[in-house]
Design a protein around this ligand. Structure first.
Ligand code: ASP
Length: 332
């Protein structure tokens, strides 16, 4: 849908960039009970429509000609991989129609890093794709959503953001999907890019990239075609090594898989290991059984992202996203 306010004249010179805003819900679209409007306590995520979010970001129409689509309106803790395909198709169709124009996706903060990385794996680099979120619901005092959305639109409309892979804009920082993670459950600056740091900054001075992202250009791992059958997604589960990890959970998964009661059957395990990725000897025995049964076992450090190798820079949730998409791509 085209936003009529986008017809207003540009604040600067030259034509305004076109930007599509896809709404998916999250705290940025959250509403608190009247009594808690000030603090945002007790809010419900995914209530306001994307059109209302754009109204709450004054000035945004002076930076882009906006179109918007509501893809869903959920708390992102409840996101499913099918959402990644829906969003990838929406971006692909938009690029086919609007060429170099950018795209913003409003999303919950909880699983933003999974969606951002999935899209990074599903889309060609190309025109800017920028996810944004908020930590406070829409009507809270000092709500951060309007500013984050405003900044995300400015980044999506800037040609300097093209070809860098999927980005996330929050709290004045621009992060790469590969590096980004939610690092605090409540702080306004909840997102970080670990030791690599953000790719750049967006503030009153405009957009500045302060480093390049090696390996941002990658081939799509799977085609984002709609999948009616969930069975096309492989089953990739996560287990954790810890004091007393005895491997019984893994054996139960293997038994259910072999009996045909676990559908789809177990394809891969992402194992959160201690230290550099060490695993309790009792859990390791069960993982050896899994590997012998043809299950892919990928150990990642419990302490932070993988260092070096195929999964360099990815945390456990993103390694799981990668294995899911590789499995989907292989089934296509
Ligand atoms: N639970 C919310 C969500 O992920 C949290 C947020 O958006 O900040 O949708």
């Amino acid at each position: 849908m085209q936003d009529p306010r986008s017809e207003s004249p540009a604040a600067g010179t030259g034509p305004l960039p076109e930007v599509l805003v896809l709404g998916t819900g999250g705290t940025i679209a959250g509403v608190a009970p009247a009594a808690d409007t000030a603090t945002g306590a007790g809010y419900t995520a995914g209530v306001l429509g994307v059109e209302q979010l754009l109204v709450s970001a004054p000035g945004v129409h002076q930076h882009a000609r906006l179109e918007f689509t509501q893809v869903c309106n959920i708390d992102s803790k409840d996101a499913r991989p099918a959402l990644w395909l829906d969003l990838a198709r929406a971006v692909r169709d938009w690029r086919a129609r609007a060429g170099t124009a950018g795209c913003v996706i409003t999303h919950g903060s909880d699983t933003l890093e999974e969606t951002a990385y999935a899209l990074d794996c599903l889309l060609e680099p190309g025109s800017p794709v920028v996810l944004t979120a908020s930590m406070l619901p829409a009507a809270a005092l000092s709500a951060d959503g309007p500013r984050n959305l405003f900044d995300a639109v400015r980044v999506a409309g800037d040609p300097a953001a093209a070809g860098r892979g999927v980005l996330c804009v929050a709290h004045g920082r621009v992060h790469a999907a590969r590096d980004l993670s939610k690092q605090h459950p409540a702080r306004i600056d909840a997102f970080g890019s670990g030791e690599r740091g953000p790719l750049g900054f967006i503030d009153a001075g405009g957009l500045r990239f302060t480093r390049e992202q090696p390996g941002a250009a990658q081939r799509p791992l799977a085609a984002p075609e709609a999948s009616a059958e969930d069975a096309r997604w492989p089953r990739v589960e996560m287990v954790c090594s810890h004091a007393g990890a005895d491997g019984e959970l893994v054996r139960a998964l293997l038994a259910a898989s072999a009996a045909g009661t676990l559908r789809p059957p177990l394809h891969a395990l992402v194992v959160l290991g201690t230290g550099h990725g060490t695993v309790h000897q009792d859990l390791q025995a069960a993982l050896d059984q899994a590997a012998a049964a043809g299950v892919r076992v990928q150990v990642v450090p419990r302490t932070g992202p993988c260092e070096g190798g195929e999964f360099d820079g990815l945390n456990a949730a993103k390694v799981r996203v990668r294995l899911l998409l590789e499995g989907l791509g292989a089934a296509q």
